[in-house]
Design a protein around this ligand. Sequence first.
Ligand SMILES: C[S@@+](CC[C@H](N)C(=O)[O-])C[C@H]1O[C@@H](n2cnc3c(N)ncnc32)[C@H](O)[C@@H]1O
Length: 210
Amino acid sequence: MIPRKLRQRLFAWLYTGGAWLYDPLTILLFAGQWREWQRSVLPLVHGERILDLGCGTGQFLPDLATCRTVVVGLDRSTAMLRRARSRAANIGAHLVCADARALPFREGTFTTVVSTFPAEFILEQRVRDEIARVLAPGGRFLVVIGGTFERHAWWQWPLVLVLRAFYGHALSPGWQPEVSLSSDRLPGYWQRRPSHSGYASVWVAEREDA
Ligand SMILES: C[S@@+](CC[C@H](N)C(=O)[O-])C[C@H]1O[C@@H](n2cnc3c(N)ncnc32)[C@H](O)[C@@H]1O
């Protein structure tokens, strides 16, 4: 496993100076399946006001914009958001530069908060408290954490390495994802969403006080 400090440095670089590399890298590492795994969650998106948390280069924004009135992409990296700009402009989505630990939105603003391939921030309790706050009652919180290749199983090992590099100790044996992703106001469960080559692993939670 990559030591935590080195991992953080690598990703800090990827989201700043290396932002240009992000899209080709995801295509390469995930054998082109990443976009499919993202899209597999679309039928679960609820309501008209959607926040893409940690939207990165904004690849998912055009998909989210189909039939949704308000789509906001939030990321703390200006370099990633710069790459998202034209994608957002084409579909009238809004981009916000902020930290997921302090979301600059009023209580109950969104009907769905979705995060695809999020960084470690998603495992922080204060981030989930913020998500619960900005979600409307009955709102949904969806996380596409990764996927599994069933048709091209030989591609699975680099994927596992990438996920480990990303989430570190969190994916070691004994990890209880329910503990890391669930919270009192946002209880959830795992769902497998079928895709062309296998399935995406999606965390589905709902704000309790509906
Ligand atoms: C692996 S990328 C995922 C991008 C995109 N969602 C995707 O599916 O390709 C993780 C993103 O989370 C952003 N990020 C990391 N920590 C963050 C935080 N605390 N608040 C907001 N965004 C954060 C990074 O800048 C990066 O763009």
